[in-house]
Design a protein around this ligand. Structure first.
Ligand code: ARG
Length: 473
């Protein structure tokens, strides 16, 4: 057998195929390639490479002239990518190798030196973190916009009374503003969570190289500074292998989607003519191709549906990680599509929902009417009796009997004459009627976290202040 070494071998097709005897199978090439989707990371890849090259030069691992050539080439690539002119090729497998190949085309040997003290393993982890950090900031801004829309509506409807539900049955009157502020709080926590997640996203993997670090005298702190990372990943094996930051983000995103989905569910209910609590602007609704009368809440329904898709991505990422031995495995290439789609879905859902909330038209007369049904002020009557010295458990029984009587008569509690009410408890007097009104009921819950119009207005003011403080940070 002739020695392979003696034959002149052609230039390898892939930067890694020097040791291979045959070119990679076409199907395998397509199967293993990620350039179709990871090209989204291109600008971050360039940015990371620039920082890496500058550090190599500062440490005299790279000559000043090589650095100049690399910078010139990468700037050119940046322009090509931004202008949609970069020629992506499946042959070069992924975003990193595509860019490296183009760099060598543009600047020759200097381009081949860029990969010193680096691996695609620490490179990809860096790119994803850089990208995700920017997306987290945009999403936080979108959450804030949604919160502002909620504050506006809450202020407008601080005194609009609606039935509050438990078990989806009328429970007690609340103000619509208060109900909306419940969502303000949920999105506030979502924003806190994202901010916390960002801290762990914002750590620099570069320097870990393939898994064990590098023999070159690198300066990781310098790269971290240039790329605005607030820390350097402390263990090289961990830095290239774990995607917990992506999972954590998907969990934060899932919680936002879950909150949006609950809100969406309420909008669908409220828009039903049996409720008729709100009108959604026509521009957010669609019709039916067969039923001419229909106006469908497709937007909230789709947001509700899309939450399922984001939860699926969270599960996919968890499952992707759980069986992987340390350190990097190609499995990790599968982290991108779920992560990218999570961001796209969340961002679209937030954008559409914010416009929806801003354009939401409440129908206070219908809300009020619904709150009058179902004896929603029964608890107020019980509290009234307690204030007159009746024990709460006894008061509960008195009110239950009064409710039964009102039901038989076909009226609300305030429709029962005083004489009838007195039959259930002698403690009842004519001052009872003001606690039985919807307005009296909500106004009485005037404390932090309560539903009274005054408390709602104060909560709106606090909410605005909170958003302003976030803005300053
Ligand atoms: N495209 C790869 C990914 O997304 C980049 C890292 C490849 N590293 C490797 N050793 N094959 O994970």
């Amino acid at each position: 057998m002739a020695s392979r070494q003696s034959k002149k071998r052609p230039e390898p097709a892939q930067p890694w195929s020097g040791r291979f005897d045959e070119p990679v199978d076409e199907l395998v090439k397509r199967f293993t390639a990620s350039v179709g989707f990871d090209q989204l990371l291109a600008l971050h890849d360039v940015r990371g490479s620039l920082a890496h090259a500058r550090m190599l030069a500062a440490r005299e691992i790279l000559s000043p002239s090589d650095l100049a050539a690399i910078e010139r080439g990468l700037k050119q690539i940046e322009r090509e990518v931004s202008g949609g002119k970069f020629a992506w090729s499946l042959d070069a497998e992924d975003v990193h190798l595509n860019i490296e190949r183009r760099l060598v085309e543009l600047v020759g040997d200097a381009g081949k030196r860029l990969h010193t003290a680096r691996s695609r393993n620490d490179q990809v982890a860096t790119d994803v973190r850089l990208w995700l950090r920017g997306e987290i900031d945009r999403i936080a801004g979108q959450l804030e916009a949604l919160q502002r829309a909620l504050l506006e509506q809450a202020e407008r409807h601080a005194a609009t009374v609606m039935p509050g539900f438990t078990h989806l049955q009328v429970a007690q009157p609340v103000t619509f503003g208060h109900h909306l502020l419940a969502y303000f709080e949920m999105f506030e926590r979502d924003r806190e969570r994202l901010g916390d997640c960002r801290r762990r996203v914002n750590r620099l993997p570069l320097g870990a190289a393939a898994l064990a670090g590098t023999t070159f005298p690198i300066d990781r702190a310098r790269v971290a500074r240039e790329l605005d990372f607030n820390e350097v990943a402390a263990n090289s094996i961990d830095a290239v292998s774990d995607r917990d930051f992506a999972i954590e983000f998907a969990a934060c995103a899932s919680l936002v989607m879950m909150h949006l989905s609950r809100f969406a569910e309420e909008l669908v209910l409220w828009m039903n003519p049996r409720f008729a609590f709100v009108r959604l602007p026509d521009r957010f609704c669609t019709g039916s191709s067969i039923m001419p009368q229909k106006k469908n809440p497709d937007v909230p329904e789709l947001v509700r549906g899309k939450s399922a898709r984001v939860f699926g991505h969270l599960m996919a990422l968890l499952a992707l990680m759980k069986g992987q031995p340390l350190a990097y495995n190609k499995d990790n290439q599968e982290d991108k599509e779920p992560l990218f789609d999570t961001v796209d879905t969340l961002r679209d859902s937030l954008a559409v929902f914010t416009s929806l909330v801003a354009g939401l038209e409440a129908r206070p007369e219908n809300m009020r009417e619904a709150a009058l049904e179902g004896f929603s002020t029964a608890t107020d009557l019980a509290d009234y009796l307690v204030r007159k010295g009746v024990a709460f458990r006894d008061a509960h029984g008195v009110v239950a009997r009064a409710v039964r009587e009102a039901e038989l008569t076909g009226c609300g509690l305030s429709g029962l004459p005083l004489a009838v009410l007195k039959r259930f408890s002698s403690a009842i007097d004519k001052d009872v009627f003001q606690v039985l009104t919807l307005e009296g009921s909500v106004a009485a819950r005037d404390h932090i976290g309560g539903t009274a119009p005054r408390a709602v207005r104060a909560a709106v003011a606090r909410g605005r202040k909170r958003l302003a403080i976030w803005g300053e940070q």
